[in-house]
Ligand binder design. Structure first.
Ligand SMILES: Cc1ncc(COP(=O)(O)O)c(C=O)c1O
Length: 387
């Protein structure tokens, strides 16, 4: 053991990295990895418990299916990928779909390939980091607008050069609120812009079979591109971008994360399909979750000392300003057997640090009440002790 450790102990490390990590530690922002160890799940995105219902395929897969063997453009495309993409296009009521290994890749791939240096991307200031990173890679000019503020969005339209793409999430991952999708469609049509909607947290939850919020609202013919991820309510992993065939052709030709990466393997594709088949049937779970959201919202008045997000979705939250402060409440919840995660700045704005509480169809009102009691008591201790 000693022999193994010695070289690492002697290894020089860059000062810049050490300084950056020290800075994180001081500000209560240091991130580390830990497994869930049997606590009550108030943090995963497995809103319907689908991950517990997906079973590995029993049929024999072809012998070439374990390793993907290359990029989709080289050796990585099998009939299974194309069949699944046809299924996805039909399920999401559009012309075409393109598969990605994750939502991060899909957003990076879509935003970076959408628009040339002659074009413009306008994005909600609260879109996910993966969309932002895609915008950074894109050659297009970009501007943000205030969260869900269509007047502010409209004020950016005179700055548009070339084609204009507007990037939003349908259900925001940190605040649990929805984008005003119908109004956004109207604005896009009026101004000639194209909408890009990240449906990560809405997929599986909204729509008769979990098709997402855009389809739930009947707006699928008015949104240029949608991103559906399979790692949240669908309980597995992976993602797709759906929209017109021109969009798919654009991504196959210009999307660097798609082109320069090994394809998803067929076993994963098989499980992605299974995740869809399972989730589309979870009608009871969707109804139970809907009722639980109402119960949680009603419970808020029992805890006047807590500051709740105003959310009507499974993503709820308790605002506890300060990184150190919110970590203390997270620790109290952990000690009481609840896994709910502190979301610190800079992930959210300073002063808006929060405990993100994800509701699941398998949580009970009693569990939620106990968790809120613990959080409320922990916040009270902080207040009284002035910490
Ligand atoms: C809104 C949103 N978009 C995209 C992603 C990325 O999806 P994935 O986890 O599949 O990479 C996430 C994940 O946190 C998300 O919350």
């Amino acid at each position: 053991m000693q022999q193994l450790l010695t070289p690492f102990l002697l290894m020089r490390v860059p000062n810049s990295l050490q300084t950056a990590l020290d800075h994180r530690r001081k500000g209560g922002m240091f991130r580390s990895l830990r497994p869930l160890t049997g606590q009550i799940d108030l943090c995963s995105n497995d809103y319907l418990g689908a991950s517990r219902k997906i079973s590995p395929p029993v049929e024999q897969l072809p012998s070439h299916s374990v390793g993907a063997t290359g990029s989709r453009l080289v050796s990585g495309t099998h009939q299974g990928h194309l069949d699944f993409e046809d299924f996805l296009a039909a399920f999401h009521g559009t012309e075409s779909a393109l598969l990605f290994g994750s939502g991060y890749e899909a957003n990076l791939g879509l935003l970076s390939a959408t628009g040339s240096r002659h074009d413009t991307i306008i994005y909600d200031e609260r879109i996910h980091a993966s969309m932002r990173d895609g915008i950074r890679l894109s050659m297009a000019r970009s501007f943000s607008f205030h969260h869900n503020d269509l007047d502010d969005l409209r004020s950016k339209i005179p700055l548009v050069r070339g084609d204009c793409f507007i990037a939003v999430e349908s259900l925001y991952s940190m605040d649990g609120d929805q984008a005003p999708l119908a109004d956004l469609c109207a604005l896009a049509e009026e101004t000639g812009a194209y909408l890009l909607v990240d449906e990560a947290h809405a997929t599986g939850i909204y729509g008769a079979q979990g098709e997402g919020l855009v389809q739930h609202l009947g707006l699928q013919d008015r949104v240029f591109a949608r991103i559906h991820t399979f790692g949240k309510a669908l309980g597995f992993k992976g993602a797709c971008v759906v929209g017109p065939s021109l969009l798919r052709d654009t991504l196959v030709n210009f999307s660097r994360p798609f082109i320069y990466s090994t394809a998803p393997d067929l076993l994963s594709v098989r499980l992605m399909r299974e995740a869809y088949e399972v989730t589309r049937t979870l009608h009871e779970e969707r109804a139970v979750l809907c009722a639980l959201i109402e119960q949680f919202r009603a419970m808020r008045r029992e805890f006047p000392a807590l500051q709740f997000l105003d959310s009507e979705s499974p993503i709820q939250g308790l605002v506890i300003p300060g990184n150190e402060q919110v970590l203390q409440v997270e620790a109290a919840l952990h000690d009481a057997g609840f896994a709910a995660r502190a979301i610190r700045s800079p992930t959210v704005a300073q002063g808006e640090e929060r405990i993100r509480i994800c509701l699941h169809s398998f949580n009970t009102p009693q569990e939620l009440r106990s968790a809120l009691t613990v959080a409320s008591e922990a916040s009270e201790v902080r207040r009284v002790c002035g910490i």
